[in-house]
Design a protein around this ligand. Sequence first.
Ligand code: PMP
Length: 361
Amino acid sequence: MSRKYNFFAGPATLPLPVLEQMRDELVDYNGMGLSLIETSHRSKEYDQVHNEAIALIKELLAVPDNYKILFLGGGATLQFSMIPLNFLGEGKSCDFTLTGSWAKKAYGDSKIRGTVNVIFDGAEYNFTKVPDPSSLTITTDAAYLHITSNETIQGIEWRNFPDTGNVPLIADMSSDIMSRSLPIEKFGLIYAGAQKNLGPAGVTLVIIREDLLERCPDTLTAYLNYKTHVDKNSLYNTPPVFAIYAVKLVMEWVKGQGGLSAMTESAEKRSSLLYNTIEQSNGHYSCPVDELSRSKMNVVFRLRDENLEKKFIEEATKEGMIGLKGHRSVGGCRASMYNAMPVEGATTLADFMKKFAKNNS
Ligand code: PMP
């Protein structure tokens, strides 16, 4: 079997050894005579997987002890609701940076629950850059400041994070978590859908600072209250056991590769291969994103016209590189390269881009 280079934005490519281990363990997990996904989520076998996944995330991200790790359902999208339900409400306001499509979606849900101050509006720059964190004026009594650390569609990523004082910093890190080390202590809450850098779709990681739990109102129904999940170690209801098991395997793989420093190194190699190819293409390709905001996960680029983009995507697909079409809302091309994308995937794409430019100039 020849595996394709998969540049889809998510669900995305997973490490081959992880897929192979899941295949090997699927029918008979650890000599149990049944699969892990056929056993109770209260079994000692599952419990071990669950707690190991949590421990590995804590270790890899160096999460301080005053934070809790949660595995929730509903995707990152449910967090767009849970955050305002838990922290906004009558008479409260929050701050938002509108950096792109995902920030705007999260903003839409917060706005339903309270006043939202937009302290940076990327529309002014056509969503081609993130703000300089030191230029932000944060509202002193805001319930939180929400940022999107990597805009998967626009291909822009924060390099540094703002100091928010007493205002909890909340970040949607769905598309760049685990690709670099983070100053976790700067954040009140971090959330990320798993299906890019952590594992398959179906589970969402939440990292929450303990003191924020005091703010979660008892008027909320159980599932929507963060306290419920902290109290029950994310076992209040049946968790997405298969996805969490896969996350555990992916985290073991990340650790085996050398942890976050190794992830950062390959992300830099992959993304600079493509950005350099774009820059050196004599205008055949262009990247609309401001240089200081260029994402190391999602490289967006355009060709001369849409017909040529279509041809580029078709020919790349024939050569085994799939998922290069930009998001339907913005068009163009996008190469999403998360942790599990080998550097050779980026080299192969860069070589193809050069060849295509030569043949179509
Ligand atoms: N935030 C970001 C940055 C994303 O890229 C996505 C999905 N691509 C989401 C949120 C929504 O995630 P989900 O589909 O898991 O709800």
